[in-house]
Design a protein around this ligand. Structure first.
Ligand SMILES: NC(=O)c1ccc[n+]([C@@H]2O[C@H](COP(=O)([O-])OP(=O)(O)OC[C@H]3O[C@@H](n4cnc5c(N)ncnc54)[C@H](OP(=O)(O)O)[C@@H]3O)[C@@H](O)[C@H]2O)c1
Length: 390
């Protein structure tokens, strides 16, 4: 590994989130870090490199690697040239697998921003065994999906007694906008609900939960929080699955662990409007011409402006309980989907490349692969991961 040419390669830097990720790395890579940009268009990569040189003049010499997801040999060259690959080339169901395959084969650590449960399950079934053999760490969901939830639950569990059942309730509040790539990923996921269920079933058979411990992620209809008066709406996201996998892998989550997650909404009208909007989108995504027309609403490469992002924020508030003890924590920050996502993903890549971590391989979560060192990195980078009340 130390003989590899690069420490980190960013694939997708010509896109919206990939561009922000490259900018973050340009400003934060440690002295001596060897990194490069990969993408399908050299002309576009050159334009990104010029932008990065304005942040750090040394970036004017960043190597550019030509690679396309339709060209397996180009991805193999990328995977074999570096210790860690960071990819924002999505929707991952559409474009993601060839790079996961190349990294698993080459023993290269892999980090993405995927929030698509079907993709994560498919990659487990197809590439986990290979990665175990080669030593590659395949870490999906290193952005808003699912770092705040995975590391927030991990941080909360660490502040509770280890004996007896542990419960963690997460409530999310946010004010933000989404990009063309995110909208396209959501449409793809909505159009594949049946496939997602079938693949999840195959994964459960291949990757059973530990027999001697109980791990539950119940959801249900919206309820009202007696303490805050907010409406709590469970969302069908990847996050609870990721938290449950961390709990399954780490004995610190105890013999009986329950995790609930919900979006917290002040007004009933917001709840009804959100439910109706998601319902319409889910139905529309089933009809190909309507799905294609909707896909043009937000174009690839588009995303919220710097001014809009500067006003955006998110907070995930965790209430953990065990053995009669209660702790309230938060994982919070600025623009969740892009500025903070680029930060979370870049810090994950640097954590894998440079930190002293437990030995893991195969498909692993952020809590399992990186745990405390990644929490410390994100705190240093300005995310608020802290105890509010105990
Ligand atoms: N879950 C989260 O927390 C989170 C947050 C943000 C984003 N995301 C996900 O991140 C992904 C990217 O979002 P985005 O808004 O940045 O999208 P985007 O602006 O559309 O960028 C997509 C990138 O993919 C590249 N690409 C497309 N086809 C390719 C191919 N055949 N070979 C090589 N590269 C190819 C594009 O390159 P060109 O420039 O050459 O077209 C571009 O660099 C989406 O899947 C989105 O859902 C997730």
């Amino acid at each position: 590994m130390s003989e590899r040419q690069y420490d980190i390669v960013v694939f997708g830097a010509t896109g919206f989130t990939g561009g922000l990720t490259a900018e973050y790395l340009a400003a934060h890579v440690p002295e001596g870090c060897r990194w490069a940009l990969a993408g399908r268009s050299t002309a576009k990569l050159e334009a990104v490199r010029e932008r990065l040189a304005a942040i750090d003049p040394a970036c004017a010499d960043l190597p550019l690697l030509q690679a396309d997801v339709t060209d397996a040999a180009s991805l193999r060259t990328v995977a074999e040239s570096t210790r860690v690959v960071v990819t924002t080339v999505g929707p991952y169901l559409q474009y993601g697998e060839p790079l996961v395959a190349a990294c698993a084969e080459a023993g290269t650590d892999y980090v993405d921003l995927c929030g698509e449960p079907e993709f994560v399950d498919r990659m487990y079934l197809a590439h986990h065994e290979t990665a175990l053999r080669t030593g590659a760490r395949l870490v999906h969901a290193c952005g808003l999906d699912s770092i705040p939830y995975d590391l927030g639950a991990y941080f909360t569990v660490g502040r509770l007694p280890a004996d007896g059942p542990i419960t963690v309730d997460a409530q999310i509040r946010a004010d933000a906008e989404f990009s063309g790539g995110t909208f396209s990923s959501a449409l793809t996921a909505f159009s594949r609900a049946r496939h997602m269920t079938a693949v999840a079933k195959r994964r459960r058979a291949a990757d059973p939960r530990p027999a001697d411990r109980t791990i539950r992620t119940p959801s249900g209809p919206p309820t009202r929080d007696a303490e805050t008066g907010r409406w709590l709406v469970p969302m069908p996201t990847l996050d609870p699955q990721i938290v449950a996998r961390s709990a399954a892998a780490l004995p610190r989550y105890g013999t009986s662990f329950t995790y609930r997650q919900a979006a917290a909404m002040k007004r009933l009208t917001t709840l009804v409007a959100t439910g109706a909007g998601l319902g319409v989108l889910a139905v529309a995504a089933q009809i190909p011409p309507v799905r294609n027309a909707l896909g043009k609403v937000r174009k690839p490469g588009d995303g919220p402006s710097a001014q809009r992002r500067a006003r955006s924020w998110f907070q995930v508030r965790f209430t953990g309980e065990a053995a009669g003890q209660r702790v309230v924590t938060e994982f919070a920050g600025g623009d969740p989907g892009y500025d903070e996502t680029a930060k979370m993903m870049s810090e994950s890549a640097m954590c894998l490349a440079f930190d002293d971590l437990p030995e893991t391989a195969g498909q692993v979560t952020t809590a399992v692969a990186m745990g405390d060192p990644l929490v410390a990195r994100l705190q240093n980078a300005g995310l608020r991961i802290r105890v509010l009340d105990e």
